[in-house]
Design a protein around this ligand. Sequence first.
Ligand code: SF4
Length: 460
Amino acid sequence: MEKEKKKFYIRTFGCQMNFHDSEKISGVLSENGFSEVQDGDRDKADIIIFNTCSIREKAEQKFFSELGRLKRLKRQRPGLKIAVAGCVAQQMGRELLRRAPFVDCIAGPQNIHSLGHSIGRILLEREAQPGGLDNGGPGPDIDVNIGENPGLASMELPAARKKKPGAWVSIMYGCDNFCTYCIVPFTRGREVCRPAGSILDEMRRLAEDGFREVTLLGQNVNSYRSPAGDTGFPGLLEMADRVGGIKRIRFVTSHPRDLSEGLIEAVGGLEKLCEHIHLPLQSGSDAVLARMNRRYILADYMDKIDRLRGRLPGISITTDIIAGFPGETEEDHRATMAALRRIEFDGIFAFKYSARPGTPASKFPGRLPAEVSAGRLEEILALQDEITLRKNMALEGSIEEVMVEGPDEKNKNCLSGRTRTNKIVNFSADPSMVLSAGDTVALKIIRGRRHSLEGELPAP
Ligand code: SF4
């Protein structure tokens, strides 16, 4: 009788990088004879894996409260194993095991390639049966895989991607920018770039597997340079644009300082490169930008925006904003509000400043009362909501190329997709048209809403 496959469940917090890392963890385990269970079956899993985020305190607290709830389940099921991956694992290391001694192994983002091995070992130990995952012999009692590991191992793992048409492809790990509020350089390490050939090979495989859109991932993709030193980011995009079968290419995240003329030309000229860029501004105040160590001033940023819009008038631009950075004055906040009115982003991700352990800003004087930061965040979000709605309504009557992603989550009689400018469009499916994920269709925008558009097939 065939031995029942071990079941694993992954709970992911945080950014696209983390969700893509979870696809890799799932890929490695699935290739080694494990089967993944989804939310409803979490408690049936043999091993529960948390892939954690520590970009803000809230994400970390959410993880610990969920982990705490597993303590009772583990008492009921002593054989259950728990693994913690991601940025909290890297940031806390053995401290995490002291805080949660019922955790069986941990692995930082640069070591997810060793997680498969650790999981195999602890589950085998539980069963005391050889075989299955290569257990690599007796290891320390609790696997703590958190060393700096600037290798490519974690970048070139097989990924179990669940949904078409879009796929994430890592092009680099880590970050060298050391913005004073950011924990990423401490949890994901220094920048390591993947060879261009390996990235293009993965894109070709994805095209063969029916994926039609690729998002190139990195903390700061603009500073990509192939290990051989012969290819920068614009060069990589040109080669990616020639990969057959892929219809659309996106990339995230960019640092304004490294937004080159070559990249602006690429965004404006390459057929498959979508007309959207995510360009974190963080603050509209030069004084705050300096204390954030962002190494640009608002005027530099505005110049990049003007050049992008000059080269590509319809480009969609989104950004990140931090409200309440230590020492931020009312005047600084006003400068951010003025920048939002002047730039008119298509969308923003805005958060209150959150002090992260080990980051320089966590020791800066002038921490603001929580209600002040919350009030400023509210003002920022309210202003941006108005701008986004007005910009989406301005698209009414226009014809947009939409890539179908699948059924509209809120209305099963409708389909949902995305414009090249990364806006969600919901539209009623015309039974005469057999549309599936990855197909593109020209739609007339009939309504602009706060966070999406409504479309219909243009009259013949
Ligand atoms: S660019 Fe700055 S904010 Fe972005 S990941 Fe790097 S250090 Fe963090």
